[in-house]
Design a binder for this molecule. Structure first.
Ligand SMILES: Cc1cc2nc3c(=O)[nH]c(=O)nc-3n(C[C@H](O)[C@H](O)[C@H](O)COP(=O)(O)O)c2cc1C
Length: 340
């Protein structure tokens, strides 16, 4: 592999933290980030992350074991904080001596960060605001996250309301000296990686760019939909009922987008009638997404399923191997830094 001295120098703290060759994470993508893609990313010098999503502890156990068979490089596991068996999943990670756990989907519940650090793993957290980021990274009583991902609204999947460029300007000057910050959302080319590294990021996280790599098990129809799409096709879901807050999801526009509106109305009605409580209503919405994504990724139903994709989807034109994508990103970043 070629060396990329300027880029790796700026990534050094991220590289040391992840134990990978490059500080490029492939963000966990439910159904997509399984053993094949995760091991391919880590084998290509990046850092793969298994998406646990709604998996049971048994399924996660198998997935970690199978990933280990395919790579001897480090990789992480992404756990969704609202998973009802979060602590059992942490036990599975402990059993396998997983080196990095990413806690996504909300504020880590009490005791979860400590439980992960207790078995020696590093914890990566997300934070939508600077104040929350500072709180989650505070190391009192060993309860703080070890690194932070800031993710802008250009990203695919569940998103916040602020763009990556604004988050980067807001968070990096305040945090980058004392903390490890990775930037995610809308990154399609290495030139953007160079920019965020120069602003103080220690690395980046991409999802969309890797979702349709050769090694990704995503259905051919899912991949074709990605290669056809433009940035403007990756739209966010709309909240229909003000009483039922749903986290917006960015996905390619299709019939499934409309079905989600109908689903929200149905859940809101059940909430109104007292049939279900708010927590259950939100869980039903999340289950809907998991099912809809599976339909598109695994079954190839790109009409009715959810084709979660970020705005960088417009830059994807053909299937490439993970190694090629990784080398392209690093080369583009290096060339940009060399030109400075
Ligand atoms: C198809 C798809 C599924 C995703 N699923 C998850 C998930 O299960 N958990 C998670 O934390 N992030 C998820 N994400 C977000 C990615 O991990 C990553 O942060 C994001 O894709 C980065 O932005 P980008 O898409 O602009 O590269 C998903 C993204 C996509 C495109």
């Amino acid at each position: 592999m070629t060396s990329f001295p300027k880029t790796t120098m700026l990534m050094q703290r991220g590289i040391d933290f992840l134990g990978s060759e490059y500080a490029i994470l492939c963000g966990a993508m439910s159904w997509v980030s399984e053993r094949n893609l995760v091991s391919a990313i880590s084998n290509a010098g990046g850092f793969g992350v298994i998406a646990c999503g709604a998996m049971t502890p048994d399924l996660l156990d198998t997935e970690i074991a199978e990933t280990r068979k395919l790579t001897d490089k480090p990789f992480g596991v992404n756990l969704i904080t609202m998973h009802p068996q979060l602590f059992d999943l942490i036990d599975v990670c402990s059993k396998h001596g997983v080196s990095h756990v990413v806690l996504a989907g909300g504020i880590p519940p009490k005791g979860s960060v400590e439980a992960i650090k207790d078995f020696g793993a590093k914890v990566i957290v997300f934070a939508p605001t600077l104040a929350l980021a500072k709180k989650l990274l505070r190391q009192d009583r060993g309860a703080g996250g070890d690194a932070l991902v800031i993710e802008g609204m250009e990203a695919g999947g569940h998103i916040g309301p602020v763009s990556t460029s604004v988050l980067a300007q807001e968070f990096l000057p305040e945090l980058s000296e004392d903390h490890l910050v990775f930037v995610a959302g809308g990154i399609g080319r290495g030139q953007a990686i160079a920019g965020y590294l120069e602003m103080g990021a220690v690395g980046v996280q991409l999802g969309t760019r890797f979702a349709c790599a050769t090694e990704s098990i995503a259905h051919e129809n899912f991949k074709k939909a990605f290669f056809r799409a433009n940035a403007r096709d990756a739209i966010t879901s709309v909240q229909v009922d003000p009483r039922l807050p749903v986290i917006p999801v960015r996905a390619l526009k299709n019939k499934g987008t409309e079905e989600f509106t109908a689903k929200q109305i149905e859940v809101a009605k059940r909430l109104d009638s007292g049939e279900i409580e708010m927590g259950e209503a939100q869980l039903q919405i999340e289950h809907y997404w998991a099912g809809a994504l599976r339909r598109a990724v695994i079954d190839g139903d790109v009409e009715n399923g959810s084709i979660m994709a970020g705005q960088s989807v417009g830059m994807l034109k053909e299937e490439e191997s993970v190694a090629d994508i990784m080398q392209k990103l690093m080369t583009q970043s290096e060339e940009a830094l060399t030109r400075r």
